[in-house]
Design a protein around this ligand. Structure first.
Ligand code: NAD
Length: 469
């Protein structure tokens, strides 16, 4: 018997009423997710409206204490949560994957509970005293994707609750069980009604985006869905935080040490088997070290085991769903047809179970090739050659998205200079994708707007109020 059985049973649909969720590694059933309709959604929103004022009245220190207890509850159930997450999402238990994701939920809850938030005195000149306060918004909708379903849910839930809001979560239809299980564990320590999950399809979930009782939407997902949410939330003028798609560039400067950076470049690109919003998805390498970087990266990538997530040896897993598998396979096929050079992978086995796509590196590819220009969101990295820094920066900035980026160099101050020229919400130096609950994170261009994490992220879950007098 798997250790997560009891937790799974507590969130599963009544037999015959749910939707079967399949393990992306094997195609076997994981469990039955409830299929909630509009009535369920309305009840969750009403319960949230009813519970929120008392939660807000508790004040910051009591809410922080509740979040710390909720973090302890997640820690106690960490292994069950990680196993369920691994089966439903596909990501391995080991490596920066399922156990890491549950650990990040604990870390984010604790860090968010401990963020300082005091009223700010803006003017105090003897005549005017103006203070800036942050008040709860009311009911927040949290809509999330399937790639990091628990961690992204916590990124949305933790600051919303800390600010005194109630939250209604709509998880991705691909990974509802993980989010339902996480919320069940959190609710061991939270008052009734302030956190609920509606396990529904897009059509029902879309009601949250025009519902008059919802004051803010925390949305993480594709740019296309973000646009739809902007439109449907316009009539009720909802506050929005939009963390949308990315296609992050990494620029390797000519003085970088190929061997020294190879493993960090690999994980920057292949974290969660490439299914990460702020993963390195286009690698620009200077002519002088192009071949050496290709060689070192290939050696690292070839040694990383991919397979069923429950096998403790694996650090890479399958794509989470068939649609994403088809996107990755199609982009790599097109790249091959265009004459690009495959250094590794690119040769999926047609008849194996599960959505495994081999770790793939593609060299000698043009910047306008679809594998470069489109978000592949999977284990396939194009490596593009450049000869001047201006050319690399121009290529990195050529797209309409700008979530993250990175610069790799032995000279950090030179790297910082290049970083400042890149149009992205975060530019990392000698690493990629490292997020931190103390450091604001958000997108530039069509990767979205609004910040998450840190005090800035907390403020985004409040309504600013100036007291002037
Ligand atoms: P998606 O946009 O298809 O779906 C995300 C969520 O939105 C799902 O729960 C979905 O059911 C819901 N949804 C879609 N349309 C909706 C609508 N009109 N109204 C209400 N809800 C709607 O994204 P996905 O395929 O689940 O996730 C992958 C995408 O998410 C990638 O583009 C990736 O870059 C992005 N992403 C971004 C970040 C970030 O922080 N910027 C993090 C993770 C993923």
């Amino acid at each position: 018997m798997e250790t997560y059985d009891a937790l799974l049973a507590s969130v599963s649909a009544e037999p015959g009423t749910g939707r079967t969720i399949l393990d992306p590694a094997t195609g076997e059933p994981v469990g039955e997710a409830p299929v909630h309709g509009l009535e369920y959604l309305e009840a969750a929103v009403s319960a949230a409206q009813e519970a929120q004022p008392a939660w807000a009245a508790l004040g910051h220190s009591a809410r922080s204490a509740a979040l710390l207890k909720a973090a302890d509850a997640v820690e106690r159930s960490a292994e069950e949560l990680a196993q369920l997450l691994s089966r439903e999402q596909g990501k391995p238990l080991n490596g920066p994957n399922a156990r890491f994701e549950v650990g990040a939920c604990v870390a984010w809850l604790r860090a968010t509970a401990n963020l300082p938030l005091e009223p700010e005195t803006i003017v105090d000149d003897g005549q005017t005293r103006a203070e800036l306060h942050y008040k709860p918004i009311g009911v927040v909708a949290a809509i999330g994707p399937w790639n990091w379903p628990m961690m992204i849910a916590i990124w949305q839930i933790a600051p919303a609750l800390r600010m005194g809001n109630a939250v209604v979560v709509k998880p991705s239809g691909n990974t509802p069980l993980s989010v339902l299980a996480l919320a069940t564990v959190l609710n061991e320590e939270l008052p009734e009604g302030i956190l609920s999950v509606v396990s529904c399809g897009r059509e029902v979930g879309a009601r949250l985006t025009d519902h008059p009782a919802i004051g803010k939407i925390m949305f993480t997902g594709s740019t296309a869905a973000g646009r739809a949410i902007i439109k449907s939330s316009a009539d009720t003028v909802k506050r929005l935080t939009l963390e949308l798609g990315g296609n992050d560039a990494g620029i390797v400067l000519p003085d970088a040490d190929p061997k020294a950076i190879a493993e960090d470049v690999f994980w920057g690109a292949f974290l969660n088997t490439g299914q990460t919003c702020a993963a390195l998805k286009r690698l620009y390498v200077h002519d002088d070290i192009y071949d050496a970087v290709c060689e070192e990266l290939t050696a690292v990538a070839a040694a990383m085991p991919m397979g069923n997530g429950l096998d403790e040896d694996n650090v890479l897993g399958p794509l989470q769903n068939k649609a994403q598998y088809d996107v990755v396979a199609g982009l790599v096929e097109a790249a091959k047809a265009s004459g690009a050079r495959v250094l590794l992978g690119g040769n999926p086995e047609p008849d194996q179970p599960g959505y495994f796509y081999p770790t793939t590196l593609v060299a000698d590819i043009d910047n306008d090739n679809p594998l470069v220009a489109e978000e592949q969101f999977g284990p396939a990295l194009p490596i593009i050659r450049y000869s001047t820094i201006d050319e690399a920066v121009e290529k990195a900035n050529a797209l309409e998205v700008g979530l993250g980026a990175s610069v790799w160099s032995s000279d950090v101050s030179a790297a910082r200079g290049v970083a400042s020229r890149i149009q992205a919400g975060t530019v990392w130096i000698n690493r990629h994708g490292a997020v931190d609950p103390r450091i604001p994170f958000g997108g530039a261009k069509q990767s979205g707007y609004g910040l998450e994490f840190g005090v800035e992220g907390l403020k985004a879950l409040g309504v600013p109020q100036v007291i002037n007098g």
